[in-house]
Write a protein that binds this ligand. Structure first.
Ligand code: BES
Ligand code: ZN
Ligand code: ZN
Length: 509
């Protein structure tokens, strides 16, 4: 999709479709030239209420159709930016690439880099569908050829060009994550995830991928990751995707060297749960939702896409992505409830439930990530079903050992539209993971039901070295949508990509 800024008069705009977002009762605020193209009857029936959509076909001029979308009165809880994203997405979905190859979005006074970025982002991600396994390739939306952002008063500056470039990169990252998540587990195996990371690294010299298979993992004693994998025919993989920014005016780019303003470039480690299929293992899941369990590598997909995007954006920050990838299967060789295993950190784990496997692979992933001495350590995982009960599909839970990092994630969530909500983590909850026979148990007290999402965090904290600011994001509810929404399809959402890119931008100096 070719994106350009249209900052000339509206008369000179030639497009098959112009999307216009309108606050409730404010269509008289549209510029006269635009208002005149809309028939009187349309002015009367379109009020601008939330989610109202009306397409009009002007009798004159070079705009084939105008899609009016209501923003509502703005008095609800959603931010103006989120109302704008949803309205643009709704407008975009009225159009098909077949009859609108050239589209335009009217920005008018909403001329700030974030609105530019969001408009382009919505054009990229709202029409997304996962169609890789349909034998008929031609049906279904296939992206627009050209997009014009209409802001008659705006100057075509570097800021504008950067906003457009940023949107293209973030959009591609979200689509990449969605594709990885939606790919069925017979294709998206741990090894395939490793191959994808290697391919991504080959495309950018600032990225390096390291993929360890089971022989390497055994040698290095990644006992928790291997334990989860031992019932599966697929080999576990520990995937590291590292982005080191090229620091100008320095001989070698090192994350520990000072940046231009003299401050240290930060190192952020992102650890993703990469369970390519979670059957539950010997604690087999009931059949109702087991068919969705290829989603259980969503954290890993988000980490992969985010690190690649950080590199494409050339953010001045060192990012280490670690994906602990495995299948969780029952078999004669599978891990059994009651087994005790030794993690890479040396801590022993009393495995009371083989379906609480995410925290096992993350234990080794977190321990590995810590060797990069990150300034911030963040894991992202479809860790619990309980988080769906708590927050549904609309917010990601965040827990951690550092309030400032939790606050930063909360702020990045509000800015990006991927909202997070904190849960407590204190000594009362830490007591839930005490084991009778080992250093820690993977199932909290009360058969794992009380405070299950918090207990997941309390377990993971044991594998974070003291002194490293750490946060855990539970995307159990947000990684996959059960119904389509304004800018997401049913299935993999890619939630976490925008959030983490926004955080990395804020941590970049
Ligand atoms: N992958 C699941 C969590 C999950 C379930 C995410 C449904 C998204 C949708 C995880 O491995 C799991 O099974 N967790 C258990 C933990 C329990 C045994 C403590 C759960 O949530 O039931
Ligand atoms: Zn599980
Ligand atoms: Zn799982």
């Amino acid at each position: 999709m070719k994106v350009q800024l249209h900052n000339k008069s509206l008369d000179t705009l030639v497009t098959q479709a112009l999307i216009v977002t309108v606050p409730e009762g404010k269509d008289e605020a549209l510029p006269k030239k635009l208002g005149d193209l809309i028939p009187k009857a349309a002015h009367q029936s379109f009020t601008g209420q939330l989610d109202q959509v009306l397409t009009v076909f002007p009798a004159v001029g070079s705009i084939d159709r105008i899609v009016l979308v209501g923003l509502g009165d703005g008095k609800g809880s959603r931010s103006g930016a989120e109302l704008f994203r949803r309205a643009v997405a709704l407008g975009i979905k009225q159009l098909t690439a077949k009859d609108s190859a050239d589209i335009a979005i009217y920005l008018g006074g909403l001329f700030e880099p974030t609105y530019l970025t969001d408009a382009v982002l919505m054009a990229l991600i709202a029409p997304y569908q996962y169609r890789a396994h349909r034998s008929k390739k031609e049906d279904g939306p296939s992206g627009f050829a050209r997009l014009a952002l209409v802001a008659p008063e705006a100057a075509d500056s570097r800021v504008v060009r950067r906003a457009l470039r940023e949107a293209t990169i973030i959009g591609a990252a979200i689509i990449h994550a969605r594709n990885l998540i939606n790919t069925p587990s017979n294709f998206m195996t741990p090894s395939q995830l490793g191959t994808v990371a290697t391919q991504v690294a080959e495309e950018d010299p600032a990225l390096v991928a390291t993929v360890w298979g089971e022989a390497e993992l055994r040698k290095r004693q990644f006992g928790a990751l291997l334990a989860v994998s031992q019932g599966s025919q697929e080999e576990a993989q520990l995937i590291t995707l590292e982005y080191r920014p090229k620091v100008k005016s320095q001989k070698s780019a090192s994350a520990r060297q000072p940046s231009r303003d003299g401050s240290k470039i930060k190192t952020v480690a992102l650890v993703g749960k990469g369970i390519t299929f979670d059957s539950g293992g010997v604690n087999l899941k009931p059949s109702a939702h087991i068919g969705d369990m290829h989603l259980d590598m969503a954290g890993g997909a988000v980490v992969l896409a985010t690190v690649a995007a950080a590199a494409a954006l050339k953010l001045p920050i060192h990012v280490v992505g670690v994906i602990a990838a495995s299948e969780n299967m029952p078999s004669g060789s599978a891990l059994k409830p009651g087994d005790v295993i030794t993690s890479h950190s040396g801590l022993t784990i009393d495995v009371q439930d083989t379906d609480a496997e995410g925290r096992l692979v993350l234990a080794d992933g977190l321990d590995h990530a810590a060797i990069f001495k990150p300034d911030y350590l963040i894991d992202i995982a479809t860790l619990t079903g309980a988080v769906i009960v708590t927050l549904g599909e609309d917010r990601t839970a965040v827990l951690g050992n550092n309030q400032a990092l939790i606050d930063r994630l909360t702020a990045a969530g509000e800015a990006s539209g991927e909202l997070v909500w904190p849960l407590p983590l204190d000594d009362d909850y830490r007591a839930y993971v005490k084991s009778d026979i080992a250093d820690v148990t993977n199932l909290g007290k009360g058969k794992g039901r009380p405070a299950a999402t918090i207990v997941g965090g309390a377990f993971l904290e044991k594998f974070v070295p003291k002194g490293i600011p750490w946060a855990h994001l539970d995307i159990g509810g947000t990684a996959m949508r059960s119904e389509p929404g304004p800018y997401w399809p049913k299935g993999g959402s890619g939630t976490g990509v925008r959030l983490l890119i926004e955080l990395l931008k804020r941590l970049s100096v």
